[in-house]
Design a protein around this ligand. Structure first.
Ligand SMILES: [Zn+2]
Length: 502
């Protein structure tokens, strides 16, 4: 019996010890979660004495499960579960889940999972004896402690019980989703005021906007990386406008895309596709990102507004475990550019450098190798290979556009950056709760056709390639670059505005 009490008292400390010293996770949130342990463990022994096993199992499911999910989340992302976690969880698919799991499953996580349930199991087995001990000696003190804790933590989400937190965050996520669902209806009927084009009606226009994924410019030789990770774009450096100081506003994909594609980050304020349509453009959406069926994912909504859309990634069909490479976009792109419409805008959404990096490029692009025998070093090499492959895809797309010899531009930037270094202590990938500068450092590159340059001589004269800019305003730059205007457009927010002689 004494052993049981010892086990009970030591559980939170044991948990913390495992997390901090054996698994090397030092995080205050973990500490908070561990603090909740005594309370969550006390209640069943106080009230479930002589109660049925079913009640105990229900309690374990309601209390232990959320704690377990939360700590797993902390393991993977170094942050507690949030509304954004639900969006990532539900706006994903089987393929993305499998890739995600393969990427993040680690020895430590497995040790934690086994230990957690082992200890919970021990408590369950010994709960009868424990309740006797607690009942006899400590009941009043425990009740007092629970009341004080309840008063102290009231209203502060950080100290809420895990199940309460999970539910509160889920409700928040659902509310956001319902708001977005209604928005698709509103967006279909949305209309901008005073839409104008500075290009004459009889002129052909082909504008191509390539949105990259998780590309950090510091890994591109075009931006100074020592390894030749962008050899093709390096070779045509003179033909490109390379903006040096553009940051993404967010480092989370869905937030980043919302700010790129909509005015003031609000779908209800109008989106870039609707604007192009109103200006007489035929709109195309070409994506290698996973198509999220029956969901109100931002790219799904925007793509539904486009005249033509192709999602090449068929991985969601569950029969195919390997995802498509961005190269599969090229043949569709070639078809789109030859569409008979005179004014066309094509959005290309790459899978780019989304983890797991090794799945993003075919074997022949396995060019860079790890410098050390560490997981981080292997990740860096794979990431650089994915950047090399993106350079190849962009070059292919650009060559198709060049052949047409019409008024056109190619704009490439990434939704956000990525933190990928060999430093074992640095954060990894992109995650808002542990955001680091590399997660925002994105490439922003423009190619202009000779025909475009001729038509817009004054506009392109004094671009400031060193301008500090973030993608929160990029919709204004896209409108400006496409020589459009409307009441929602604010030229001061365009990257091209400063020093330009418009
Ligand atoms: Zn992203």
């Amino acid at each position: 019996m004494f052993n049981c009490v010892l086990l009970y008292i030591s559980f939170p400390f044991l948990l913390e010890f495992i997390l901090k010293f054996i698994l090397n996770i030092s995080n205050l949130i973990v500490f908070n979660t561990a603090l909740l342990m005594p309370l969550t463990l006390i209640f069943p022994f106080l009230f479930f004495k002589n109660k049925t096993n079913l009640l105990k199992i229900l309690y374990i499911f309601l209390v232990y499960m959320p704690i377990f999910i939360n700590i797993c989340h902390i393991f993977i992302f170094n942050s507690e579960i949030s509304c954004a976690s639900y969006a990532s969880m539900f706006e994903t698919n089987y393929q993305e889940f499998i890739e995600f799991f393969q990427h993040f499953i680690s020895k430590n996580l497995i040790i934690f999972i086994v230990l957690f349930w082992l200890i919970c199991g021990l408590f369950y087995i010994f709960s009868k004896e424990l309740s006797y001990e607690i009942d006899k000696f400590k009941k009043p003190a425990i009740i007092l402690f629970a009341i004080l804790y309840g008063i102290f933590c009231f209203g502060d989400i950080r100290y809420k019980f895990p199940m309460e937190k999970l539910i509160a965050n889920y409700i928040e996520y659902k509310i956001e989703q319902i708001k977005d669902k209604n928005l698709l209806k509103i967006m279909k009927n949305f209309s901008f005021n005073n839409v104008k084009s500075l290009i004459k009606n009889d002129q052909s226009e082909l504008y191509v906007i390539v949105i990259g994924e998780s590309a950090n410019r510091d890994h591109m030789s075009l931006y100074g990386e020592a390894l030749k990770t962008t050899p093709r774009f390096d070779s045509i450096r003179d033909e490109l406008q390379i903006f040096e100081n553009v940051r993404s506003k967010y480092c989370c994909t869905f937030k980043a895309l919302k700010t790129i594609l909509c005015f003031d980050e609000q779908l209800k304020n109008g989106d870039i596709v609707t604007l192009f349509k109103q200006a007489g453009f035929k709109t195309f959406w070409l994506s290698n990102q996973y198509y999220i069926e029956n969901s109100d994912n931002i790219t799904t909504i925007i793509s539904l507004l486009c005249g033509q859309k192709v999602f090449v990634n068929k991985a969601h069909r569950r029969t195919k475990l390997s995802s498509n490479y961005d190269g599969d976009l090229v043949e569709h792109f070639a078809k789109f550019v030859h569409d008979s419409a005179q004014k066309k805008v094509i959005f290309v959404h790459l899978l780019g450098s989304h983890f797991p990096y090794a799945n993003r490029y075919p074997r022949e692009f396995d060019v860079f190798f790890p410098t050390q025998n560490t997981k981080k070093s292997r990740e860096v090499a794979r990431y650089n290979n994915s950047i090399l492959y993106t350079d190849y895809i962009l070059f292919k797309i650009l060559n198709i556009i060049k052949l047409l010899k019409i008024n056109s531009y190619l704009l490439y930037f990434s939704d956000h950056g990525e933190d990928v270094t060999e430093d074992p202590e640095s954060p990894h990938c992109h995650n808002e709760s542990i955001a680091s500068p590399p997660m925002f450092r994105i490439p922003f590159i423009i190619w202009l056709s000779d025909e475009y340059k001729k038509l817009n001589e004054n506009f392109i004269k004094n671009w400031d390639l060193n301008k500090q800019y973030n993608t929160g305003d990029v919709i204004h730059s896209i409108i400006d670059l496409s020589r459009l205007n409307c009441d929602s457009f604010n030229k001061n927010k365009s990257i091209f505005y400063e020093n330009s002689s418009k």
